[in-house]
Ligand binder design. Sequence first.
Ligand SMILES: Nc1nc2c(ncn2[C@@H]2O[C@H](COP(=O)(O)OP(=O)(O)OP(=O)(O)O)[C@@H](O)[C@H]2O)c(=O)[nH]1
Ligand SMILES: [Mg+2]
Ligand SMILES: [Zn+2]
Length: 291
Amino acid sequence: MKTGRIIKSISGDYSVQTNDGVYITKARGLFRKKKTSPVVGDVVDFQVENETGGYIQHIHERENILLRPPVSNINKVIVVMSAVEPEFSQQLLDRFLVVVHSYHITPMICVTKKDLANEKQINDINQILSKYEEIGYDTLFVGESEDLSVLIKPLIEGIIVLSGQSGVGKSTMMNRLFEDLNIETNKISKALNRGKHTTRHVELFEMEHGYLADTPGFSALDFSHIEKETLTDLFPEFANIKSECKFRNCTHINEPKCAVKTLIEEDSFYQLRYKHYLTLFEEIQNRKVRY
Ligand SMILES: Nc1nc2c(ncn2[C@@H]2O[C@H](COP(=O)(O)OP(=O)(O)OP(=O)(O)O)[C@@H](O)[C@H]2O)c(=O)[nH]1
Ligand SMILES: [Mg+2]
Ligand SMILES: [Zn+2]
């Protein structure tokens, strides 16, 4: 028996990295019966069948699991958004942050394509990012001329996942960080017109003492596991002052003496965050999630 980490999964073949190299393994029917299957990020025990292959016998307990795409044992998700092409959307960013928080994973924000943005767009995004920093998020704003490895390498600890809309530049970041990687990237116009994602599978790449993972762009953000009562906890600045609301289970909507409503009174950034909170609250209430 050997133990290793699944770094890639393609049509039933799980690449498992061990101390003495990568084995291509398969999962037997045993997992189908248990209604679970191995995912990238899992630490697994497998029976060696030959020099390069084997059968997975056991999945070690997961610290967390992100669905769509499935990756487990994540330390941090870098939510990648582009400044332009596709245009920066604070609403989409807030949705991503909420989803990542809901899996008890720490998100950070990386905005790309700075080189394509004009001065006003750069100023606006810098201003927005400084507000997210105020809440406690780490942020990056990069373009073609920034040295990515200087910025990203210090962040690597455990499994770090790049996540975000199709076309924002996740695979481009990977290619710049890893020499000779050459992951397929796409012209944004083509990617969007065909409504197709360039990256189709998740893969972990070793970096420093951990891994960086490229993922396919999300086509849908799943909220089905989030309850409206706990949504407020997924907005850290609201969660922090919740205890100051008059009502213990305040949803910050119709209740009097609400600390969140006081917070947003004079600040347009928090008003926008609150607006996105309300939109999500309603969506959860109606459970018709679509994006
Ligand atoms: N000018 C400029 N172009 C960029 C930058 N980052 C990415 N691009 C371009 O944006 C397009 C899409 O990039 P990808 O790396 O394929 O995007 P992705 O996020 O991996 O997309 P999916 O795999 O579909 O999820 C490519 O044509 C890249 O060359 C950047 O910082 N500046
Ligand atoms: Mg990609
Ligand atoms: Zn309140």
